[in-house]
Write a protein that binds this ligand. Structure first.
Ligand SMILES: C[S@@+](CC[C@H](N)C(=O)[O-])C[C@H]1O[C@@H](n2cnc3c(N)ncnc32)[C@H](O)[C@@H]1O
Length: 335
Protein backbone atom coordinates (compact mmCIF):
# COMPACT_ATOMS: atom_id res chain seq x y z
CA UNK A 1 0.00 0.00 0.00
CA UNK A 2 2.72 2.48 0.96
CA UNK A 3 4.27 2.23 -2.53
CA UNK A 4 1.06 3.44 -4.17
CA UNK A 5 1.01 6.97 -5.47
CA UNK A 6 -0.59 9.46 -3.16
CA UNK A 7 -3.52 11.17 -4.81
CA UNK A 8 -3.84 14.49 -2.96
CA UNK A 9 -6.91 15.61 -4.93
CA UNK A 10 -8.70 12.41 -4.11
CA UNK A 11 -7.79 12.76 -0.44
CA UNK A 12 -9.14 16.32 -0.43
CA UNK A 13 -12.36 15.11 -2.03
CA UNK A 14 -12.70 12.35 0.56
CA UNK A 15 -12.11 14.81 3.38
CA UNK A 16 -14.76 17.16 2.03
CA UNK A 17 -17.21 14.29 1.77
CA UNK A 18 -16.63 13.20 5.35
CA UNK A 19 -16.92 16.76 6.66
CA UNK A 20 -20.26 17.17 4.90
CA UNK A 21 -21.63 13.72 5.58
CA UNK A 22 -25.16 13.53 6.98
CA UNK A 23 -26.93 10.55 8.37
CA UNK A 24 -27.99 7.89 5.92
CA UNK A 25 -25.70 8.95 3.04
CA UNK A 26 -26.28 5.77 1.02
CA UNK A 27 -23.43 3.70 -0.42
CA UNK A 28 -20.66 6.18 -1.21
CA UNK A 29 -17.51 4.17 -1.84
CA UNK A 30 -17.01 4.56 -5.60
CA UNK A 31 -13.71 2.84 -6.23
CA UNK A 32 -10.97 0.70 -4.76
CA UNK A 33 -8.65 3.69 -5.19
CA UNK A 34 -10.80 5.81 -2.83
CA UNK A 35 -10.61 3.03 -0.27
CA UNK A 36 -6.84 2.63 -0.66
CA UNK A 37 -6.18 6.35 -0.18
CA UNK A 38 -8.61 6.51 2.76
CA UNK A 39 -6.95 3.51 4.38
CA UNK A 40 -3.48 4.92 4.01
CA UNK A 41 -4.20 8.19 5.80
CA UNK A 42 -7.64 8.55 7.39
CA UNK A 43 -7.79 4.85 8.23
CA UNK A 44 -4.34 4.94 9.82
CA UNK A 45 -5.31 7.86 12.02
CA UNK A 46 -8.37 5.92 13.14
CA UNK A 47 -6.06 2.97 13.85
CA UNK A 48 -3.99 5.19 16.18
CA UNK A 49 -7.17 6.06 18.05
CA UNK A 50 -8.05 2.36 18.36
CA UNK A 51 -4.59 1.61 19.76
CA UNK A 52 -5.02 4.28 22.40
CA UNK A 53 -8.56 3.19 23.24
CA UNK A 54 -7.49 -0.46 23.61
CA UNK A 55 -4.58 0.61 25.85
CA UNK A 56 -6.94 2.69 28.00
CA UNK A 57 -9.46 -0.13 28.16
CA UNK A 58 -6.79 -2.64 29.19
CA UNK A 59 -5.66 -0.27 31.91
CA UNK A 60 -9.24 -0.36 33.21
CA UNK A 61 -9.25 -4.18 33.25
CA UNK A 62 -10.68 -4.89 29.82
CA UNK A 63 -9.56 -8.04 28.08
CA UNK A 64 -10.69 -9.84 24.99
CA UNK A 65 -13.12 -12.61 25.95
CA UNK A 66 -14.50 -13.50 22.54
CA UNK A 67 -13.35 -15.85 19.78
CA UNK A 68 -14.96 -14.04 16.91
CA UNK A 69 -14.71 -10.47 15.78
CA UNK A 70 -17.46 -8.65 13.93
CA UNK A 71 -16.45 -5.36 12.31
CA UNK A 72 -19.74 -3.48 11.80
CA UNK A 73 -19.52 -0.75 9.13
CA UNK A 74 -16.00 -2.02 8.52
CA UNK A 75 -14.93 0.38 5.75
CA UNK A 76 -11.35 -0.70 5.01
CA UNK A 77 -11.22 -2.86 8.16
CA UNK A 78 -8.94 -0.67 10.27
CA UNK A 79 -10.80 -1.45 13.51
CA UNK A 80 -10.44 -5.23 13.25
CA UNK A 81 -6.91 -4.95 11.85
CA UNK A 82 -5.81 -2.82 14.79
CA UNK A 83 -7.55 -4.98 17.39
CA UNK A 84 -5.90 -8.09 16.00
CA UNK A 85 -2.52 -6.41 15.94
CA UNK A 86 -2.91 -5.21 19.51
CA UNK A 87 -3.83 -8.65 20.84
CA UNK A 88 -1.48 -10.42 18.39
CA UNK A 89 -4.57 -12.17 16.99
CA UNK A 90 -4.48 -14.68 19.83
CA UNK A 91 -7.50 -16.94 20.15
CA UNK A 92 -9.40 -15.31 17.32
CA UNK A 93 -11.17 -17.82 15.09
CA UNK A 94 -12.68 -15.47 12.57
CA UNK A 95 -13.46 -11.94 11.56
CA UNK A 96 -16.81 -11.15 10.01
CA UNK A 97 -17.06 -7.93 8.05
CA UNK A 98 -20.23 -6.01 7.47
CA UNK A 99 -20.57 -2.86 5.42
CA UNK A 100 -23.39 -1.65 3.23
CA UNK A 101 -20.66 -1.18 0.62
CA UNK A 102 -19.61 -4.55 -0.73
CA UNK A 103 -16.57 -2.88 -2.27
CA UNK A 104 -15.43 -1.71 1.17
CA UNK A 105 -15.98 -5.12 2.75
CA UNK A 106 -13.91 -6.79 -0.03
CA UNK A 107 -11.12 -4.26 0.48
CA UNK A 108 -11.16 -4.95 4.21
CA UNK A 109 -11.11 -8.69 3.61
CA UNK A 110 -8.03 -8.38 1.38
CA UNK A 111 -6.30 -6.13 3.91
CA UNK A 112 -6.96 -8.61 6.75
CA UNK A 113 -5.90 -11.64 4.68
CA UNK A 114 -2.69 -9.87 3.65
CA UNK A 115 -1.83 -9.07 7.26
CA UNK A 116 -3.14 -12.35 8.80
CA UNK A 117 -3.02 -15.02 6.05
CA UNK A 118 -4.29 -17.83 8.31
CA UNK A 119 -7.28 -15.95 9.62
CA UNK A 120 -10.81 -16.88 8.53
CA UNK A 121 -12.38 -13.71 7.16
CA UNK A 122 -16.01 -13.62 6.04
CA UNK A 123 -18.11 -10.96 4.44
CA UNK A 124 -21.52 -10.98 6.06
CA UNK A 125 -24.92 -10.76 4.54
CA UNK A 126 -26.96 -8.57 6.86
CA UNK A 127 -29.21 -11.48 7.81
CA UNK A 128 -26.26 -13.37 9.28
CA UNK A 129 -26.25 -11.17 12.38
CA UNK A 130 -28.22 -13.58 14.45
CA UNK A 131 -25.52 -15.52 16.26
CA UNK A 132 -23.31 -13.01 17.99
CA UNK A 133 -23.09 -14.96 21.26
CA UNK A 134 -19.32 -15.40 21.33
CA UNK A 135 -18.43 -12.27 19.37
CA UNK A 136 -16.95 -8.92 20.04
CA UNK A 137 -18.59 -6.34 17.79
CA UNK A 138 -16.47 -3.37 16.75
CA UNK A 139 -18.11 -0.15 15.57
CA UNK A 140 -15.80 2.56 14.33
CA UNK A 141 -16.58 6.02 12.98
CA UNK A 142 -19.98 4.91 11.80
CA UNK A 143 -22.70 6.03 14.24
CA UNK A 144 -23.03 9.52 12.72
CA UNK A 145 -23.85 7.95 9.35
CA UNK A 146 -26.79 5.96 10.70
CA UNK A 147 -30.35 7.21 10.82
CA UNK A 148 -32.13 7.15 14.18
CA UNK A 149 -34.06 4.12 12.90
CA UNK A 150 -30.89 2.15 12.05
CA UNK A 151 -29.22 3.18 15.33
CA UNK A 152 -32.12 1.76 17.26
CA UNK A 153 -32.25 -1.31 14.97
CA UNK A 154 -28.56 -2.17 15.51
CA UNK A 155 -29.13 -2.14 19.25
CA UNK A 156 -31.25 -5.27 18.74
CA UNK A 157 -28.31 -6.94 17.01
CA UNK A 158 -25.61 -5.64 19.37
CA UNK A 159 -27.48 -6.83 22.42
CA UNK A 160 -26.66 -10.43 21.48
CA UNK A 161 -22.90 -9.87 21.48
CA UNK A 162 -20.52 -10.88 24.24
CA UNK A 163 -18.46 -7.68 24.02
CA UNK A 164 -18.83 -4.36 22.25
CA UNK A 165 -16.16 -1.83 21.44
CA UNK A 166 -16.95 1.53 19.84
CA UNK A 167 -14.43 4.15 18.72
CA UNK A 168 -15.91 7.34 17.27
CA UNK A 169 -14.67 10.84 16.45
CA UNK A 170 -14.05 12.94 19.55
CA UNK A 171 -16.59 15.65 18.82
CA UNK A 172 -19.74 16.65 20.68
CA UNK A 173 -22.18 15.04 18.25
CA UNK A 174 -20.44 11.67 17.97
CA UNK A 175 -19.80 11.45 21.70
CA UNK A 176 -23.50 12.02 22.40
CA UNK A 177 -24.46 9.38 19.80
CA UNK A 178 -22.21 6.99 21.68
CA UNK A 179 -23.79 7.94 24.99
CA UNK A 180 -27.18 7.20 23.39
CA UNK A 181 -25.90 3.68 22.57
CA UNK A 182 -24.56 3.27 26.12
CA UNK A 183 -27.85 4.23 27.69
CA UNK A 184 -29.73 1.84 25.40
CA UNK A 185 -27.43 -1.08 26.19
CA UNK A 186 -26.78 -0.53 29.90
CA UNK A 187 -29.36 -3.10 31.06
CA UNK A 188 -27.54 -5.87 29.21
CA UNK A 189 -23.94 -4.66 29.36
CA UNK A 190 -21.42 -3.44 31.87
CA UNK A 191 -19.25 -0.56 30.70
CA UNK A 192 -15.58 -1.37 31.27
CA UNK A 193 -14.05 1.84 29.94
CA UNK A 194 -14.00 4.81 29.91
CA UNK A 195 -16.90 4.67 32.41
CA UNK A 196 -15.94 3.72 35.95
CA UNK A 197 -19.49 2.85 37.01
CA UNK A 198 -22.78 1.62 35.65
CA UNK A 199 -24.80 4.66 36.71
CA UNK A 200 -26.58 6.76 34.10
CA UNK A 201 -24.14 8.87 32.11
CA UNK A 202 -23.99 12.32 33.76
CA UNK A 203 -23.45 13.95 30.38
CA UNK A 204 -27.12 13.27 29.67
CA UNK A 205 -28.08 15.82 32.32
CA UNK A 206 -29.07 19.16 30.86
CA UNK A 207 -26.55 20.99 33.01
CA UNK A 208 -23.76 18.90 31.43
CA UNK A 209 -25.09 18.81 27.88
CA UNK A 210 -22.34 21.07 26.58
CA UNK A 211 -19.68 18.56 27.62
CA UNK A 212 -18.72 15.50 25.64
CA UNK A 213 -16.76 12.41 26.57
CA UNK A 214 -13.50 12.45 24.64
CA UNK A 215 -9.82 11.67 24.89
CA UNK A 216 -6.69 12.34 22.87
CA UNK A 217 -4.54 9.66 21.27
CA UNK A 218 -0.87 10.26 20.65
CA UNK A 219 0.20 9.82 17.03
CA UNK A 220 3.33 7.72 16.47
CA UNK A 221 6.69 9.35 15.71
CA UNK A 222 6.29 8.78 11.97
CA UNK A 223 3.42 11.27 11.92
CA UNK A 224 5.96 13.97 12.79
CA UNK A 225 8.93 12.75 10.78
CA UNK A 226 7.48 11.59 7.45
CA UNK A 227 7.16 14.04 4.59
CA UNK A 228 3.90 12.36 3.48
CA UNK A 229 2.26 13.08 6.82
CA UNK A 230 3.52 16.62 6.84
CA UNK A 231 2.11 17.20 3.36
CA UNK A 232 -1.13 15.49 4.39
CA UNK A 233 -1.42 17.93 7.26
CA UNK A 234 -0.66 20.93 5.04
CA UNK A 235 -2.83 20.00 2.06
CA UNK A 236 -5.86 18.95 4.06
CA UNK A 237 -5.44 21.44 6.89
CA UNK A 238 -5.55 18.74 9.52
CA UNK A 239 -3.60 19.15 12.73
CA UNK A 240 -2.07 15.72 12.93
CA UNK A 241 -0.85 16.26 16.49
CA UNK A 242 -4.43 16.26 17.72
CA UNK A 243 -6.34 12.99 17.65
CA UNK A 244 -9.54 13.41 19.63
CA UNK A 245 -11.77 10.39 19.95
CA UNK A 246 -14.62 8.92 21.96
CA UNK A 247 -14.79 5.27 22.89
CA UNK A 248 -16.77 2.74 24.84
CA UNK A 249 -15.90 -0.84 25.76
CA UNK A 250 -18.74 -2.94 27.16
CA UNK A 251 -19.00 -6.53 28.35
CA UNK A 252 -22.24 -8.49 28.39
CA UNK A 253 -23.54 -8.87 31.96
CA UNK A 254 -23.40 -12.63 31.34
CA UNK A 255 -19.58 -12.35 31.50
CA UNK A 256 -19.76 -11.13 35.08
CA UNK A 257 -16.82 -8.78 34.52
CA UNK A 258 -15.91 -6.89 37.66
CA UNK A 259 -13.25 -4.36 36.80
CA UNK A 260 -12.01 -2.82 40.00
CA UNK A 261 -12.49 0.81 39.04
CA UNK A 262 -15.24 1.66 41.45
CA UNK A 263 -13.19 4.17 43.38
CA UNK A 264 -11.54 5.66 40.32
CA UNK A 265 -12.38 8.72 38.28
CA UNK A 266 -12.00 9.34 34.60
CA UNK A 267 -10.46 12.62 33.50
CA UNK A 268 -12.30 13.79 30.39
CA UNK A 269 -10.59 15.63 27.54
CA UNK A 270 -7.55 17.77 28.20
CA UNK A 271 -6.63 19.18 31.56
CA UNK A 272 -6.41 23.00 31.55
CA UNK A 273 -3.04 24.24 32.74
CA UNK A 274 -2.75 27.63 34.40
CA UNK A 275 0.02 29.23 36.37
CA UNK A 276 0.09 27.35 39.66
CA UNK A 277 -3.08 25.31 39.13
CA UNK A 278 -4.84 22.86 36.81
CA UNK A 279 -8.53 22.55 36.08
CA UNK A 280 -9.91 19.22 35.03
CA UNK A 281 -13.23 17.54 34.32
CA UNK A 282 -13.65 14.37 36.30
CA UNK A 283 -16.32 11.70 35.82
CA UNK A 284 -17.18 9.04 38.39
CA UNK A 285 -20.06 7.78 40.53
CA UNK A 286 -20.42 11.31 41.94
CA UNK A 287 -21.20 12.56 38.45
CA UNK A 288 -19.29 15.03 36.33
CA UNK A 289 -17.28 17.55 38.32
CA UNK A 290 -14.95 20.37 37.46
CA UNK A 291 -12.07 20.19 39.93
CA UNK A 292 -9.05 22.32 40.55
CA UNK A 293 -5.66 21.09 41.62
CA UNK A 294 -3.41 23.73 43.12
CA UNK A 295 0.30 23.14 42.71
CA UNK A 296 0.93 24.22 46.32
CA UNK A 297 -1.58 21.64 47.64
CA UNK A 298 0.16 18.68 46.05
CA UNK A 299 3.20 19.45 43.85
CA UNK A 300 3.90 15.80 43.01
CA UNK A 301 0.36 15.06 41.84
CA UNK A 302 0.18 18.39 40.02
CA UNK A 303 3.36 17.52 38.08
CA UNK A 304 2.15 13.99 37.29
CA UNK A 305 -1.09 15.33 35.84
CA UNK A 306 0.54 18.25 34.06
CA UNK A 307 2.94 15.89 32.31
CA UNK A 308 0.11 13.43 31.63
CA UNK A 309 2.18 10.63 33.15
CA UNK A 310 -0.64 8.42 34.35
CA UNK A 311 -3.32 8.46 31.67
CA UNK A 312 -6.92 9.43 32.33
CA UNK A 313 -7.82 6.93 35.08
CA UNK A 314 -7.08 8.35 38.52
CA UNK A 315 -8.18 8.02 42.12
CA UNK A 316 -8.93 11.08 44.23
CA UNK A 317 -8.33 10.23 47.88
CA UNK A 318 -9.01 13.68 49.27
CA UNK A 319 -11.29 16.34 47.80
CA UNK A 320 -12.27 19.53 49.54
CA UNK A 321 -15.18 21.22 47.78
CA UNK A 322 -13.94 21.50 44.23
CA UNK A 323 -10.26 21.21 45.21
CA UNK A 324 -8.31 18.00 44.82
CA UNK A 325 -5.88 17.55 47.73
CA UNK A 326 -4.68 13.97 47.28
CA UNK A 327 -4.80 11.37 44.56
CA UNK A 328 -2.82 9.41 42.04
CA UNK A 329 -3.00 6.91 39.21
CA UNK A 330 -5.82 4.42 39.72
CA UNK A 331 -4.60 1.20 41.22
CA UNK A 332 -6.21 -1.27 38.82
CA UNK A 333 -3.38 -3.77 38.75
CA UNK A 334 -3.47 -3.51 34.99
CA UNK A 335 -0.84 -0.88 34.29
C1 LIG B 1 -16.49 6.66 8.00
S1 LIG B 1 -16.59 5.06 7.44
C2 LIG B 1 -15.70 4.22 8.74
C3 LIG B 1 -15.17 2.92 8.27
C4 LIG B 1 -14.37 2.15 9.30
N1 LIG B 1 -15.22 1.57 10.31
C5 LIG B 1 -13.28 3.00 9.88
O1 LIG B 1 -13.28 3.21 11.10
O2 LIG B 1 -12.42 3.45 9.13
C6 LIG B 1 -18.25 4.54 7.77
C7 LIG B 1 -18.58 3.19 7.17
O3 LIG B 1 -19.88 2.80 7.58
C8 LIG B 1 -20.54 2.22 6.50
N2 LIG B 1 -22.00 2.34 6.69
C9 LIG B 1 -22.73 3.47 6.77
N3 LIG B 1 -24.03 3.18 6.98
C10 LIG B 1 -24.11 1.82 7.08
C11 LIG B 1 -25.18 0.91 7.30
N4 LIG B 1 -26.43 1.34 7.46
N5 LIG B 1 -24.91 -0.41 7.30
C12 LIG B 1 -23.64 -0.84 7.12
N6 LIG B 1 -22.59 -0.03 6.91
C13 LIG B 1 -22.81 1.30 6.89
C14 LIG B 1 -20.05 3.01 5.29
O4 LIG B 1 -20.22 2.32 4.08
C15 LIG B 1 -18.57 3.20 5.66
O5 LIG B 1 -17.77 2.19 5.17
Amino acid sequence: MSEEKIDWDRLARLRKRFLEIEEDPGVYWDSAEDLAQYHRFFGQRIGWKWKDAIRQAKQAGWRLRSNRVVDWGCGTGIASLTLLEEIESQGIESVTLWDQSRLAASFAKDALKTRFPNLTVKIAEESEFKELGDSIVLVSHTLNELSAGVRSEIKKQLIQARQLFFVEPGNHKCSHLLIEQREGLIDQFRPIAPCVCILACPMKLEVNAHHWCHFFAKPPVEAFTSSDWSRFSRELEIDIRSLPYSYLALDSISLDSEPDNRNSSRVIGRTRQHKGYTNLLSCDRNGLNLYQLQKRDNPALWKTIKKNKCGSLLTWTSIDGDRIREGGPANTGNH
